[in-house]
Write a protein that binds this ligand. Structure first.
Ligand code: FAD
Length: 447
């Protein structure tokens, strides 16, 4: 392409989490940034029901915010969660800290508040403009000519560089699919999700706000994160295919009966359960893979548009923010040469986004199943003891993913190495015990 170092105008399509942060970063580099967003301005309009209300922000996301001095304002309303609170069907909930010192926390923040703060920060810059209710419907990747559906009409615009930050069902990706050699795969999860609310009780949190609450039930799972207004937002994960578990509860009585059996402690905490259940939509979840993420040195994909993942590691937004930091770094290194920067961005990010995609799928099994088992709980204790005994040498996967900026692919490799070591150590221990037992046996029998 002819964009090269001459690129001055960048269109950011999708003013969600990644797009708003990207606009801040690019404007600081001196670009004229125009954002196009399908929805109305979230700072004035009302928010859609059914997208996650809150999310867990951890070190990678914080690092991206810190670099442009947005961390303090964003974190003002954040609620630190230092571990998991596991709710069994019967008996008291049990707490499992995330880190060996019990201190490190992931942060529950409002998606809306975060998006608004980033939009505010972007549009406060003189070289950023945002157009809402502009849905991208056409793109010529060779020229950067874009078409938007605006209030029943079509409008056109043009930019030197177009970045698609338009999420899971990216229209920019769709245009690359139609006009270039891009290929994609969408792996939908069998599970969908529905949000439910646990309101404040007498003005206070109805459960411990310092934890991410989990109801692991094997085939299904529910989680809850605290909100600044002292409510919790619960997300219920359940299969949607085949028998469609969600639709199987169609009457208030059936909903109440199911929750009384499977999530008994939630019944009295969630007075609007039936209403929430009947009216909140079921969201789909899945993994997006596509290649290449760019065309003609002019069009690129970033965030969920390039590599959406399932939410079970709480990393989608964190990973998208990390994308922004990496692209900014590459623009530094290439002197803003987009012809080189876009392929380099994909080269550096692809293994990492694939690694977190896999780890997020694996963590679903851990959350919905393993956390409830005594064996798993014992393993976590051993792991934390190892971390304390070998500081910096043995670090759990959760810590590396959530509390460091170690590239995801490196985390995956390191954890595999640690697991082999651990297995070898456990094997050696078993052999030693076996040898001792055999020795004792021979002594005992006189053999
Ligand atoms: P999005 O946030 O989806 O933004 C895309 C934007 O593009 C939207 O504003 C959309 O309106 C706009 N758009 C779409 N199409 C067009 C178009 N044609 N024209 C113009 N604009 C368009 N991540 C975490 O880090 N931690 C968590 O705890 C966490 N929990 C999650 C829980 C659930 C249930 C789900 C579903 C996701 C969760 N995620 C979490 C993932 C996180 O939400 C995403 O990774 C993140 O929102 C990606 O940001 P994005 O900007 O790439 O996409």
């Amino acid at each position: 392409g002819d964009s090269g170092t001459a690129a001055k105008n960048v269109a950011v399509v999708g003013a969600g989490l990644a797009g708003s942060l990207l606009a801040c970063y690019l404007a600081r580099r001196g670009y004229t940034v125009t954002m196009y967003e399908r929805r109305p301005d979230p700072r004035t309009g009302k928010v859609e029901r059914g997208r996650s209300i809150n999310l867990a922000l951890s070190e990678r996301g914080l690092d991206a915010l810190r670099r442009i001095d947005l961390d303090r304002s964003v974190m003002a309303d954040a609620l630190p969660m230092r571990g998991r609170m596991i709710h069994p069907v019967e008996g008291e909930p049990g707490f499992q800290p995330y880190s060996s010192d019990g201190e490190r926390a992931i942060n529950s923040i409002s998606r809306g508040a975060l998006n608004n703060a980033l939009l505010e920060a972007a549009t406060a810059l003189p070289n950023v403009t945002a157009h809402f209710e502009h849905r991208l419907v056409g793109l010529d990747p060779k020229t950067g000519a874009m078409t938007f559906a605006v209030d029943g009409r079509e409008e056109t615009a043009q930019a030197d560089v177009v970045i698609g930050t338009d999420g899971f069902s990216s229209a920019v990706r769709g245009q690359l699919l139609a006009h270039t050699g891009l290929t994609e795969s969408l792996d939908f999860l069998e599970h969908g999700y529905k949000e439910l609310t646990i309101p404040a009780r007498d003005g206070e949190f109805a459960m411990d706000p310092g934890a991410l609450h989990i109801w692991p039930r094997g085939a299904s799972m529910m989680i809850a994160l605290p909100n600044p207004d002292r409510s919790f937002t619960c997300t219920l994960f359940w299969p949607t295919g085949g028998t469609n578990a969600f639709a199987s509860l169609s009457s208030p009585a059936a909903i109440e009966k199911h929750f009384a059996q499977v999530y008994p402690d939630v019944i009295e905490l969630a007075p609007d359960l039936v209403d929430d259940y009947l009216h909140n939509p079921v969201g789909v979840l899945g993994t997006v893979r596509c290649s290449p993420w760019h065309a003609y040195g002019r069009v690129g994909l970033l965030g969920d548009a390039a590599h959406a993942i399932v939410p079970f590691y709480g990393q989608g937004a964190n990973c998208a923010f990390e994308d922004v930091v990496e692209l900014d770094r590459i623009l530094d290194e290439t002197g803003d040469d987009w012809d080189r920067a876009l392929p380099e961005f994909e080269a550096r990010r692809r293994d990492n986004t694939e690694a977190i995609a896999q780890m997020a799928l694996e963590n679903f099994v851990e959350m919905r199943d393993k956390v409830a088992s005594p064996v798993f709980q014992a393993q976590k204790k051993v792991e934390h003891a190892l971390e304390r005994a070998l500081p910096g040498r043995y670090v759990s996967r959760y810590e590396l993913v959530s509390f460091s900026t170690t590239p995801y692919a490196q985390v995956q490799r390191r954890v595999r190495r640690q697991q082999r070591l651990l297995a070898a150590a456990a094997g050696a221990a078993v052999l030693a015990v076996g040898a001792l037992a055999a020795f004792a046996f021979r002594k005992g029998t006189g053999a």
